[in-house]
Write a protein that binds this ligand. Structure first.
Ligand code: AMP
Length: 327
């Protein structure tokens, strides 16, 4: 695993030679992301919506595009709405490796109970996804930072195989794959530098209800860092024996938590794309701030209202709360 550091470019103002300025500009690294691109039907205590644009890769890409260029890998059916393509274009998301096949786009239905405790999957219709074979273009094969979003672990592995020299692989998963694709998921874990998982899944995967111990088990399986997401209780970053707890941004009205995990990953990786991987706690703080926008509206509505400036304000508030809790 190579060390990632942001590229520093020196811009010389050659057109004004008497006062040559050296202005270091940080250019964020592009991130290659695979996952689902979906049409979601969501029921929450705040209401019901049908066929919303969603999917793990979509939420991730929209969130990450606030910070860094995104190269999206996925598959849609020929019923995929033009509004989806428009959104990708608006956010400068590179879709050269998004395939379109005749048939239906992946559809998922989910219901959240009062209090937003847990989530019930109402239906999963794979559609064209059933035959998905990711095939990377030559340019995208040479991406250093890879996000393997929630999708069948065999597809995550296939994508990782096609990348030439990835220096950072970050992965996410869900309970379904722990139940149905454990062997491949173990390979994803071993291939990952950073692994994201929620608290229930961490217990399911390790058999250990103690999150500290569960993180140690996951770290022993390969990744250098593990992040356990705990919903309204925030998250825990585990690196070696070190554990850092990051609280949520308080006072947000939750409308729809769908995509919170993927937008968290987007904010987290967006920080790494800009600043490198030396301060993962700061990256988790940014991920937390970004996810707080995602839950404020149905589908992508919440995250689409986030701006860089608003994220910075929330991230600063979270960092301040962390500092206060240490005193
Ligand atoms: P999150 O709330 O961050 O866990 O992500 C929600 C997104 O995951 C939704 O937009 C769904 O379309 C997508 N999703 C749900 N089930 C699956 C699945 N089995 N494979 C891939 N994506 C899924």
């Amino acid at each position: 695993m190579n060390q990632i550091s942001p590229r520093q470019t020196t811009i010389k103002l050659a057109f004004f030679p008497t006062t040559r300025l050296n202005w270091p500009v940080v250019i964020p690294k592009p991130i290659l992301a695979v996952g689902s691109i979906a049409l979601d039907t969501i029921e929450t205590p705040a209401g019901r919506r049908e066929n919303l644009l969603g999917g793990s890769a979509t939420f991730f890409a929209v969130a990450t595009s606030l910070f860094a260029p995104v190269r999206l890998v996925g598959l849609v059916g020929d019923d995929f709405p033009q509004a989806g393509w428009d959104l990708f274009r608006e956010r400068s998301i590179d879709t050269r490796d998004v395939q379109t096949l005749a048939g239906s786009t992946f559809r998922w239905g989910g219901r959240y109970p009062a209090g937003f405790n847990g989530r019930e999957t109402l239906f999963t219709e794979l559609g064209v996804f059933e035959g998905f074979q990711p095939l990377l273009s030559a340019t995208n094969r040479r991406t250093e930072i890879i996000y393997l979003g929630n999708i069948q672990p065999s597809l995550q592995l296939e994508l990782a195989k096609q990348v030439d020299d990835a220096s950072l692989i970050v992965s996410d998963t869900m309970n379904l794959w722990i139940d149905t694709a454990r062997q491949d998921l173990d390979k994803v874990l071993a291939a990952s530098d950073i692994f994201l998982i929620n608290d229930e899944e961490a217990e399911q995967l390790t058999g250990n209800p103690d999150l500290d111990a569960a993180a140690a088990i996951l770290l022993a399986a390969g990744p250098r860092a593990v992040i356990i997401k705990m919903g309204s209780r925030g998250s825990m970053l585990a690196q070696g024996r070190e554990r850092t707890r990051v609280p949520i941004f308080p006072g947000v009205e939750v409308i729809d938590p769908t995509g919170a995990g993927d937008t968290f990953a987007g904010g987290f990786l967006g920080h790494i794309a800009v600043h490198g991987r030396d301060d993962l706690a700061a990256a988790v703080v940014q991920g937390t701030a970004v996810a707080s926008f995602a839950v404020e509206g149905f589908g992508l509505d919440g995250i689409r209202k986030a701006t860089l400036e608003k994220v910075v304000v929330r991230a600063a508030a979270i960092a301040k709360a962390m500092a206060a809790s240490l005193n």
